[in-house]
Design a protein around this ligand. Structure first.
Ligand code: GLP
Length: 251
């Protein structure tokens, strides 16, 4: 595991975008796993800039989003589908046929989850998965649980997550209480992972994730076992981590 501590959110976004751009340049038909939330917004802005100014080419890229709200129409401005189009897809030359986001409106959820897993498999698996983290240590929408092993599935969101996400909705009652999410197992199958966190409200989650016991009550702690993970945090998030700045390794 490599941990980069950067000065601020701006540096975090630039560094994350450079890593994603390197992946795209090394393999122009990479399969990317994408995240939503506030954290990757700056990285998406940088990627758009690189597309416009440095000809970063998305035309062969395939993308799989981590999650989508259950029973929220994809055209709803709060859907993760809308988020992705607004914040990345409509600004770059991505082939729309190569974009995959779980369909939260499919009434047959089991079928939808299986279909999603099958598509990931057909694509040859995810080359680089981008992750943010919830304050309770969730990744995707994998909430603290008693087990790790899920594939893509329907999730009941925790009150803390609903409260945190309510900032994007007009009313707390409008926040969906369920979502379809890649499971921990799906995420762990990705060849590379890039985990991003900024701000002091993520400090405890990141400390538990990187240095705590590996347990399903802290879903992200399983990432300690991933063979190829890069973590970028800002100084506020890193406040209680011991990092050797010479090698960017936890000590
Ligand atoms: C949601 C998303 C996660 C994201 C998390 C943190 O729960 N499903 O993928 O990592 O929010 O969001 P933020 O980056 O806004 O703190």
């Amino acid at each position: 595991m490599r941990v980069y501590v950067v000065e601020d959110y701006d540096r975090l976004s630039k560094k994350a975008a450079q890593i994603v751009a390197s992946q795209i340049r090394l393999n122009p038909s990479s399969v990317l796993g994408l995240a939503t939330g506030s954290t990757p917004l700056g990285m998406y802005k940088e990627l758009i800039k690189m597309h416009k100014e440095e000809e970063l080419d998305f035309s062969e890229i395939k993308t799989f989003n981590l999650d989508e709200y259950y029973m929220l129409n994809k055209d709803n401005p709060q859907s993760y589908h809308s988020y992705m189009y607004e914040n990345l897809f409509k600004h770059v030359n991505i082939n729309r046929k190569k974009i995959y986001i779980p369909n939260g409106m499919n009434e047959n959820i089991e079928e939808e989850c299986l279909r999603y897993e099958r598509e990931i498999e057909k694509a040859g698996g995810i080359d680089l998965q981008i992750l943010g983290i919830g304050r309770n240590g969730h990744i995707g929408f994998n909430e603290p649980d008693l087990k790790f092993e899920a594939l893509t599935h329907l999730v009941q969101l925790d009150d803390d997550t609903i409260n945190a996400n309510s900032r994007f909705f007009q009313d707390l009652d409008d926040v969906p209480t369920k979502a379809i999410s890649m499971g921990i197992k799906t995420i762990m199958h990705s060849r590379k992972i890039l985990l991003l966190a900024n701000g002091k409200e993520k400090a405890v989650a990141i400390k538990n994730t990187l240095t705590g016991e590996i347990k399903p009550e802290v879903p992200a702690s399983i990432l300690q076992l991933h063979p190829d993970i890069v973590v970028i945090v800002d100084k506020e998030t890193a406040q209680s981590l011991n990092i050797d700045r010479n090698c960017n390794k936890l000590v």
